[in-house]
Structures are given as C-alpha cells and as structure tokens.
Design a protein around this ligand. Structure first.
Ligand code: G6P
Length: 612
C-alpha cells in the first residue's frame, strides 16, 4: 500500500503553491506508507524529480520536497513491495528520455515479461520496482502513437495486476493521466485546479467535491477539465459521480470508519488480492520450497496473532504434505533452540518484522546454522533482513493494535507455501495444486462477501456478548488456530476473558465452568469429517446450557445445533482462516465498542513489541 497525490493548476488558483499542496497531501497520506517518498513536476517544459528513502519530514529537510516548482505536480509515499526502500526505488519513476514520470500504488503482476521486452528494445532500468515498467512502456508506445493519452491507454491495457497510477509528461504539461484497478483513487474538483489522491484526507483542505474513481476507469485531469472513460467502453458522464464529502479531517483519515480496526477489517479483500498477486510470481516461494525440501527438521515461530498463522501453517503442512514441523511461541525459543542444527529450517512469521521475541529466536537458531524463512508485511524490516528468504504479505500498514488484515494475508501466504511444497514433493499433483491455488485466488472476493453479509449480525450479537464475562472458542484440526485468534481478539480489545483449545479437551477440565448462558463459539470448517467430530463437542456444551455460536458454512450439517450462526458461503477448508476469522474480528470489534472501549488502542498493549 502506498499513497499517491497529484495536482494540476492554473497560476495562483491553489491556496499554496502546487508543490506545497502535494507535500501537505503526502503528510496526510503518510499512514499508507512511509519508507520513502518523492515528487515530480513539469517546470519550464522539463521534468523535475526529487525523491529518496526516509520519512517525509526527513526528506523535506534534506531535499526540500515542497520546494518543487511547477503547476503540474505529483507525489508518492511508499510502502515497499517490489524492491527494498531506497533512493532509487522511491517513486516517481521516469522513462529513459525524462519525458514521463509515474507514481503507482499496487502490484504489476506481469512486470517481468514487460521489463524483458522493454530491455530488448533498448530501455535502461534503474530500479528494482515493478512500477518502472510503466514510464518505459508509455515511452515505447509514444514512439508509434505520438499521443500521450493513447500511449498511456495502451500501456494500461497491457498491465495485469492492481494499480492506482498517475502519470505526467513534458509532451502534455497541463494534464495528469490516471488509471485505476483495485487500488483506491479519488479525484478532487477545484476551481481552476484539479487533484488526484489515494484517499480523501489529502484533498479536504482544497475541495469537498470528489469523484471516487471506479475499477477500469482511465482518463486525465487538467486545471479546468476532467476526462474519464471506462477502458474499452468509451467516455462516461462523470458529473453523475460527483459527491460532496461532509467528513471532518479526523474522520477522513479513517475513510469514514469510526476506527482503524474496522477499516482494516474491511480492507481485507484488497489486502488478500494484493498478497495473492504478489505470490504468483514471487521467486522467494521457490527459494523457500527448496530450503524446506532439503530441511531435516522444520520449526515455526512467532508471537501473538502471527503465532496463530504459524500454527495454521504447521497443521496444514501435516494435513496436506504429511510433514511434521514444530511450532513454538517465540519467547520460548530456548527450549527448542538446542534441538536444532545445520540442515534445519526455521520459519519466522512477523507482520512488523521487528518483534524482539521473534528476532531473538531467529538469531539463536541462526547461530546454530539453521536456515531461516521469514514471512513479513514490512519490507526490509529486521527479521527479513536477517533471514535467508522472505515471503512478503501485502496488507499495507496496519494501525489498529489488534492484527486483522495481516493475519488473513499471512495465512494466505503460508497456505500458498504449503501447496507449493506439497506439489514439489509429489504429495499433490500439478492439477490438484492448481485447484488449491485457484481457491486461494478467490480469497479476496470471498472475504468481501463474508464481511458484507456478517457485519449486521455481528453488531446484533455484540449486544448480548457485551454482557458476558467469559467465553470459549473451540474447534478441531485446522480450525483450532482460527478459534485461538478469535479468542485473542475478544480478550485484547473487549476485555472479556476468552479461552481457546481443541474442542475434544472440554471433558478434561474446561467444561466444569460451563453453566446456562455461557458463550461457546465453534469454528466449523467446510470439512465433513471435522463437522462430525464437532457434533459431540457441541452437544456436551449444549447439555450444560451453553449458548452455541457457530461460524459455519451455509450447508453445515450442524445448523440445528446452533443458537447463533455466522454463515460462510460454501468454499474450501483450506480457506478456513480467511473465511472464518472476519466474523470473529467483527464480533470482537462491536463488543468492544458496545462496552465503551477504544479497539484501536487496547490497554497495556503495543502494536510492535521491540523489547523482550
Ligand atoms: C504485539 C501485537 C500483536 C501481534 C504481536 C506480534 O503483541 O499487539 O497484535 O500479533 O505483537 O507482532 P508481529 O509484528 O511480530 O506479527
């Protein structure tokens, strides 16, 4: 996830110089990424670019981002995906002749093929980013079309993946060209100027009249005009799409959501799609599989929510590839470290890449010659830097302390890794692996449907839940880590004691606490065998008066057992963490709010724990 902004103005029409407008916009978009930033402008017919690694204020002091001159200015604040944060990888990116500059948010899936083709035609690339193919591609197509918009249009139609992209050119100094698919983009309409940005807060100082750009739209803005067409379907009457925003700036940072946590729950479909696109041709997956194939023992470690993702990985590896691994909580590394040695592999999962417990575990194992695979959401953070291979999730920055979108994207990346490994060992045939990958590819759309159809239900149920003092979250097999994650959410933000364990354990102790009205949540995967096993576990709880809340598929055979039912569209059990977690996140969120707590800032907790 990154932030992009652009302004094109007649002289003196914006309240500050366009360079300052862009700089202030970048500050408002900094929550979307902050490892590097840059601006570009057309000034006196020439393209100027200022960019570098670092936070926006730091760069302002060093290279004076806001001092850029010109009436057509674009800017970018980066959350690295392809290519580590560096001066060269920072956006804007330009073509060979310095005639086109581009900023982009998203992932270009087919950038390798495009890059090869462009290199063959003599283009010289400077960065390790996927984005740089765009200015070169437009430059190439401009040679034959002699028209910037036409070249841009053709370039966009050759790109696969997700993007919000804006481009400026010395050939058309008074326009900003844009296109959007999957990543957000908004047009702000001014008087004698127009703006483009990833999010509303960047525009609110200048206008409240906005157009939310839809997927598949492409066009350009000039100071007093807007042109939009739907790719392949011709121009559209954009005036029908203007809306007036009433939000305050503070509301707008959360895009209208009352809390970051709720916003991030709703961002899961996009985060999953971007992570999926990123995985498709990520060479790190092949490298990780190679390490795993050669591994004597496999260890898996992490803290908090990331541990639940790691535990899921470990179960899936057993189910799908018949391989045993040892998952452990990172702070317990000393117990396991001594059993490891050269030839072993450790998988470390950390969204921030900075958690001290996980980093310490990594270092201790490395010391003994263990090879390390990291799964992280932050490019170039400590854990990826010290690992042999890193597979990145592409969830974008997560601000709410309770992890949401980073958990579902971690489980997506880890499932992908297991499928690739099982295929390499011959446990899965090529077509079986393809089938699983197809399911994983549907995770974004499924998550969108699940969130939309369960939100009101979660809100309703939270009324009852808010009055409880305890809850059990139970499941079996691959559902257990999801139940653990659900219990953690409720306890950390709603401050209701919640415990999770494999459902078969009830009779060995926990059931002693169950009395009428005791909430027991069951995570019921799309898996007939597990459903059969869970039937007895549900009945023993019901017999003691427990209230049974199921997160279960639409066609579950257990529906008569459930007092409350979060319905999950029928899918595949491999997607259980992605399909079954969002309702539990929503329930915890609404319960916390009803109890009067701020879910974004739970007491005693920090987002990233860099101490032991
Ligand atoms: C903290 C956070 C948790 C998170 C854990 C691990 O305790 O409050 O939400 O799951 O750290 O974080 P990581 O960045 O390593 O995934």
């Amino acid at each position: 996830m990154c932030g992009i902004i652009g302004v094109v103005s007649l002289p003196g029409k914006t309240p500050y110089r366009p360079g300052v407008v862009v700089f202030r916009g970048l500050k408002r978009l900094e929550y979307r990424g902050y490892d590097s930033a840059g601006v570009a402008a057309i000034y006196n017919g020439r393209l100027i670019v200022l960019k570098g690694k670092g936070k926006i204020d730091e760069l302002e002091r060093k290279i004076g981002l806001s001092s850029i001159e010109g009436l057509t200015v674009i800017g970018h604040t980066r959350w690295a995906t392809h290519g580590a944060p560096s001066d060269i990888n920072a956006h804007p990116h330009t073509d060979c002749s310095g005639s086109f500059a581009v900023v982009h948010n998203g992932i270009i899936q087919n950038y390798r093929e495009l890059k090869e083709m462009l290199i063959e035609r003599g283009h010289r690339f400077r960065s390790a980013t996927d984005t740089e193919v765009i200015p070169h591609l437009v430059e190439e197509l401009y040679k034959s079309t002699g028209d910037v918009y036409e070249a841009f249009r053709r370039a966009i139609s050759m790109i696969d993946g997700s993007y919000a992209v804006i481009l400026i050119s010395t050939y058309e100094p008074g326009k900003i060209f844009f296109a959007k698919k999957d990543s957000p983009l908004i047009i702000g309409l001014g008087d004698g100027f127009n703006l483009l940005a990833s999010d509303i807060p960047a525009l609110l100082e200048y206008t409240r009249r906005i157009i939310t750009v839809r997927d598949g739209w492409i066009g350009y803005v000039s100071p007093s005009n807007v042109f939009i067409e739907e790719l392949g379907r011709g121009a559209i009457d954009w005036s029908r799409y203007i809306r007036v925003v009433e939000w305050s700036l503070e509301d707008a940072t959360k895009s209208g959501y009352p809390h970051f946590m709720l916003k991030e729950i709703h961002e899961q479909p996009r985060a999953l799609r971007e992570t999926y696109y990123g995985l498709i041709d990520d060479p790190a997956v092949g490298e990780a599989v190679k390490l795993l194939l050669d591994a004597d023992k496999i260890y898996v470690t992490a803290a908090g929510t990331s541990y639940h993702a790691g535990y899921y990985y470990s179960l899936l590896l057993a189910y799908m590839a018949g391989r045993i691994s040892s998952p452990f909580i990172a702070s317990e590394y000393e117990v396991y470290e001594k059993t490891s040695g050269e030839g072993d592999v450790l998988i470390v999962i950390s969204q921030s890449g900075e958690t001290m417990d996980s980093l310490k575990a990594l270092r201790a194992f490395k010391e003994r010659g263990v090879r390390v695979i990291a799964v992280s959401n932050v490019v170039d953070s400590a854990i990826p830097r010290e690992s042999d291979v890193t597979i990145y999730t592409r969830a974008g920055p997560e601000i709410g302390v309770a992890a949401t979108k980073t958990f579902t994207t971690q489980t997506l990346a880890l499932s992908w890794l297991v499928v690739s490994y099982a295929e390499a060992t011959g446990k899965l045939t090529r077509s079986e692996a393809e089938e699983y990958r197809k399911w994983l590819g549907s995770s974004g759309d499924l998550a969108a449907r699940i969130i939309a159809s369960n939100e009101t239900y979660a809100l309703k149920l939270s009324e009852w839940m808010a009055g409880r003092g305890n809850a059990y979250y139970l499941s079996r097999g691959i559902g257990v880590p999801v139940a653990m994650e659900g219990a953690l959410k409720l306890k950390e933000i709603a401050y209701i004691h919640a415990e999770s364990y494999p459902a078969g354990e009830s009779k060995h102790g926990p059931i002693a606490l169950v009395e009428p009205d005791y909430p027991v949540l069951f995570v019921i995967p799309q898996h007939r065998e597990l459903e059969k096993l869970l039937l007895g576990n549900i009945q023993e709880m019901k017999a003691r008066g427990a209230v049974i809340i199921g997160v279960a598929p639409e066609d579950t055979v257990l529906k008569d057992q459930l007092d409350y039912w979060f319905k999950i569209p029928s899918s595949h059990w491999i997607l259980t963490p992605i399909t079954h977690t969002p309702p539990l996140q929503l329930l915890a969120y609404h319960t916390a709010v009803r109890r009067g707590y701020d879910p974004d800032k739970p007491r005693n907790l920090a987002k990233t724990v860099t101490v032991e």
